[in-house]
Design a protein around this ligand. Structure first.
Ligand SMILES: [Zn+2]
Length: 261
């Protein structure tokens, strides 16, 4: 790289590296976002499946309870029929009284069993409706989950592929970097918000912090004789090429700039 030792060359190299790093970061965030969306859709499907399962279990338990009561009801009915047969043999008022209380108790019990069975049947009806609704919702959710995971899955793959390309490009650019500059860049990348080390000078303002820079600073940047930092956010100011080459950067001006930070 012919211009790699000029201020402009250095800045444009750092800017290229930064553009790739910002792009990798953006793609990584998009992958995370897509994975989260897929995860949310999956957990909605799973939650419906759990609700259906627990409603089916509830329905089964009600069925078991209903057949238990059914057995008890039939026994009570049998006792009532038997009691009626016994009635004619009773002579003593005390026996008749005991018989009447027993029959009353049995009839109450029969009513209670019948009422409970009715109640269970109503609950079972409601549960069946609920399960049917869940089933319909599950079909819908599964459908959207499949569409979403196919679509997002493809995007995720595409982004991984792009990140792979960028990493390849990045190592090519890194090879053109002076070693100490790469170290400085990596250090600054961590300390600056959004990983931005270089900011373009756009119409007299810093691209990163958007502050207006004094004319003197702008003139300095335009001279391209040394790395000029933004007074406000300390990023390296970079004026993209318009075909002019800058003066060679001396190690001195670069490290002096580092000391100012
Ligand atoms: Zn700034």
């Amino acid at each position: 790289m012919a211009d790699s030792h000029s201020v402009q060359g250095t800045l444009s190299l750092v800017y290229r590296l930064q553009t790739m790093d910002v792009e990798v970061l953006r793609l990584t965030l998009e992958i995370e976002e897509s994975s989260t969306l897929i995860g949310v859709a999956r957990s909605e499907v799973e939650s419906l499946e759990r609700q259906i399962e627990s409603s089916r279990k509830e329905l089964e338990d009600l069925e078991t309870r209903r057949s238990q009561i059914d057995v008890e009801l039939r026994e009570t009915e049998r006792l009532l029929v038997e009691g009626k047969k016994r009635q004619k043999e009773l002579k003593h008022p005390r026996d008749i009284q005991a018989y009447l209380s027993e029959m009353e108790f049995r009839r109450d019990e029969k009513d209670r069993f019948e009422e409970e069975i009715l109640h269970i049947l109503e609950n079972q009806d409601a549960l069946r409706k609920k399960i049917a609704d869940f089933d319909a919702a599950l079909v819908r959710e599964k459908g959207s989950f499949e569409i979403l995971s196919a679509e997002k899955g493809e995007q995720i793959q595409e982004r991984h592929r792009r990140i792979g390309e960028l990493n390849q490009e990045r190592s090519d650019v890194e090879n053109a970097f002076p070693d100490d500059l790469l170290k400085t860049y990596n250090r600054l990348r961590i300390s600056h918000r959004n990983g931005m080390v270089v900011a373009r000078l756009l119409e007299g303002s810093c691209e990163a912090c958007r502050m207006n820079l004094p004319p003197r600073t702008v003139t300095e940047v335009k001279k391209r004789q040394r790395i000029v930092t933004c007074l406000f956010c300390q990023r390296w100011l970079y004026l993209p090429d318009r075909g002019t080459e800058g003066e060679p950067v001396s190690q001195g001006s670069l490290s002096q700039d580092m000391r100012q930070r």
